[in-house]
Write a protein that binds this ligand. Structure first.
Ligand code: F6R
Length: 359
């Protein structure tokens, strides 16, 4: 039931702080230890490389997962688009472990890869929102997202739940392997900070509604730029905007734009710069200046610690690796309001289905 909400998408955006809290309840014991099946952790520990396989928004959650696994527990992690993996698999390591990220658990492209993985005899984990879904039944292990039903076609709370659960899994793996960076990473505390930060952002949705009106009312194209996890977020933010508002949007690595695509910047083209990482903040800002010099209308979304005077949206501070969990919120809201203001059916964008069960 969407109750007082005009659309499920808005309701599901608003539910995200609660989803973070549910995940903490589901996956942490009273003593603070992580509640994840030991057998799964043993199987993961034996792997020499992880292969994350997913489509669409779930793929974008996987991009962040790769950063978490590599930075915190130092295990090489590849991320693959399911439909590409299916016909053009990469060279595999000796002991691969597969992670399928899928909200619905029914995506045909991902199912096809899992069938292949099972024929090869490799271990696998499905991270899904739907218990007993096909990908859950066919994988060796399952972890549930506990995000509650996601009705709007555009995925929002499943994306943030996937990233949060990846962080929890990384923590459990790091504890099992006695890795210092993971032991020092207090995921329950960090996710609580995230939940509070998300709440601040959804409470200020009026700011985004205004930005949508001021900057996106008539535009036909737009860009998101960022580096590192902000680049991963840029790709998800771009998908969200284009799928519900039909504004052609690209998510770009900040430094890559000038290698060709900057040719598309015209007077008034909206460019959203996502800046959360102190290491690269200055570089992304200088890329933003390059587009401003060509007429772009730049919206800065930055974390409090790296914010500059004039930045329009300020994000609450969270662990840098978890920043997509908060930076995604204004981008979801932006997609929602641009679609709403153009008079579209936000929950049912044209040409799309909630789960893509054909190849
Ligand atoms: C975008 C969206 C899709 C899905 C993709 C994978 O908002 O919802 O890109 O993320 O079709 O679906 P699942 O996660 O169910 O495998």
């Amino acid at each position: 039931k969407k109750g007082a909400y005009p659309y499920y998408m808005l309701k599901e955006i608003d539910e995200q702080p609660g989803v973070m809290r549910t995940l903490i309840q589901e996956y942490f014991n009273e003593d603070g230890s992580v509640k994840i099946d030991q057998e799964l952790l043993d199987a993961l520990s034996k792997a020499d490389r992880l292969y994350i396989v997913a489509a669409g928004t779930s793929y974008h959650a996987g991009l962040v997962g790769k950063e978490l696994f590599e930075k915190l527990v130092h295990i090489p992690t590849e991320i693959h688009v399911a439909s590409e993996f299916a016909y053009n698999p990469p060279l595999l390591s000796e002991k691969p472990f597969f992670i399928f990220l899928t909200q619905s658990g029914e995506t045909a492209d991902s199912r096809q890869v899992l069938t292949q993985v099972n024929e090869w005899g490799y271990p696998s984990l499905t991270i899904t929102n739907v218990a007993n879904s096909t990908l859950s039944r066919e994988a060796t292990y399952t972890l549930l997202l506990h995000a509650g039903p996601e009705i709007a076609v555009a995925s929002t709370k499943a994306y943030t739940a996937q990233i949060a659960l990846e962080a929890i899994l990384v923590k459990a793996y790091g504890e099992a392997k006695d890795i210092k960076a993971a032991k020092d990473f207090d995921v329950a505390v960090e996710l609580t900070k995230v939940a509070n930060g998300m709440q601040e952002l959804v409470d200020e949705k009026g700011d985004i509604e205004k930005v949508a009106q001021d900057m996106f009312a008539t535009t036909r194209n737009a860009f998101y730029i960022g580096r590192g996890v902000d680049y991963a977020l840029a790709q998800e933010a771009a998908l969200k905007l284009k799928e519900v508002s039909y504004v052609q949007t690209e998510g770009f690595a900040s430094g890559e734009l000038k290698h060709g695509t900057i040719a598309l910047i015209e007077e008034g083209t909206p460019v959203v710069a996502i800046i959360t990482d102190p290491k690269t903040a200055a570089h992304t800002r200088s890329n933003a200046q390059e587009v401003i010099a060509r007429g772009a209308n730049v919206l800065f979304i930055s974390s409090r610690d790296v914010a500059a005077e004039g930045d329009q949206i300020i994000l609450p501070e969270v662990d840098p690796l978890l920043s997509p969990l908060v930076s995604v919120v204004p981008t979801q809201l932006l997609a929602y309001y641009v679609s709403l203001q153009r008079g579209y059916d936000v929950d049912k964008p044209r040409n799309l289905a909630k789960s893509v069960t054909v190849e």
